[in-house]
Design a protein around this ligand. Structure first.
Ligand code: KIV
Length: 273
């Protein structure tokens, strides 16, 4: 380990993530949806790359994650996988590909694993989808769970506000988290819930708990790359820290190119054959 960036080039596996939790080493996770970004993220030393269904929003411009299809998720996953050597690559199962029945869920998970050659899949939900989770796990496919704010259920909630603020929802979340661990999920994402609840879940589970808007008491953090690099400036929730202002850098670069083309400055003599 050089500082906090690992110089261990071995592939990150479920086993290594479990060891990281045991020794209290925080897990880094970030989304990527295409080859070029995934290459930068992997070479930076990220532990987990999530091919999130947030691709529906940030890549395709939809207002929710619901429209993205299984074929489109597989396309994004294939592009990412071609770029990655070290990080574990987890792929979101899209809305409609697993909620119906467990047989369909297994078929969708097998398609994702076979056609993209990713390392694991992520599903949103607890007890309601437990049968599907167990069926996918019996095929040897590692599953990352996802509880708290579940964007695929936005039409049920009607809001992207913080979840599990009341006792009833918090107790259900703890129960679901334990069910997912008992079933055999290797990790769990908790999205937008109170920090003390997330910390309690992370302490009670032996599998790594990765948070987004869930405070610092969990085992790792995940963000959407377009948000944290400041490409997507229209999304500023309290939990988001911006690490760059790529929107400004890119706009300035693009506008300079326009000026250079219009003024005939580009290409110059050295830039032609
Ligand atoms: O799709 C996604 O990007 C996610 C993260 C927000 C965890 O599920």
């Amino acid at each position: 380990m050089t500082g906090y960036i690992s110089d261990d080039k071995r592939k990150v596996t479920t086993h290594r993530l479990s060891q990281m939790k045991e020794r209290g080493e925080k897990i880094s996770m970030l989304t990527a949806y295409d080859y070029s970004m995934a290459k930068i993220v992997d070479e930076s030393g990220m532990d987990i790359i999530l091919v999130g269904d947030s691709a529906s929003n940030v890549m395709a411009g939809n207002t929710t994650t619901l429209p993205i299809t299984l074929d489109q998720m597989i396309y994004h996953a294939q592009s990412v996988i071609r770029a990655v050597n070290r990080a574990m690559v987890v792929v979101d199962m899209p809305f409609g590909s697993y909620q119906g029945n467990s047989k369909e869920g297994l078929a969708s998970a097998i398609r994702i694993m076979k056609e993209s050659q990713c390392d694991a899949v992520k599903l949103e939900g607890g007890e309601e989808i437990l049968e599907t989770i167990k069926r996918i796990l019996t095929a040897g496919i590692p599953i990352m769970g996802h509880l708290g704010l579940m964007p695929q259920s936005i039409n049920k909630y009607g809001t992207y506000a913080v979840r599990a603020k009341d006792n009833e929802e918090a107790e259900k979340l703890i129960k679901d988290a334990k069910l997912l661990e008992e079933a055999g999920c290797f990790a769990l994402v908790l999205e937008k819930i109170p920090a003390d609840l997330a910390e309690k879940v992370a302490q009670e589970l032996t599998i790594p708990v990765i948070g987004i808007g869930a405070g610092g008491g969990v085992d790792g953090q995940v963000l959407v790359i377009q948000d944290m690099l400041g490409i997507n400036k229209g999304f500023s929730p309290k939990f988001l820290r911006r690490y760059a202002d790529l929107h400004t850098i890119m706009t300035e670069g693009i506008q300079q190119y326009i000026k250079d083309v219009k003024s005939s400055d580009f290409p110059n003599e050295q830039e032609q054959y």
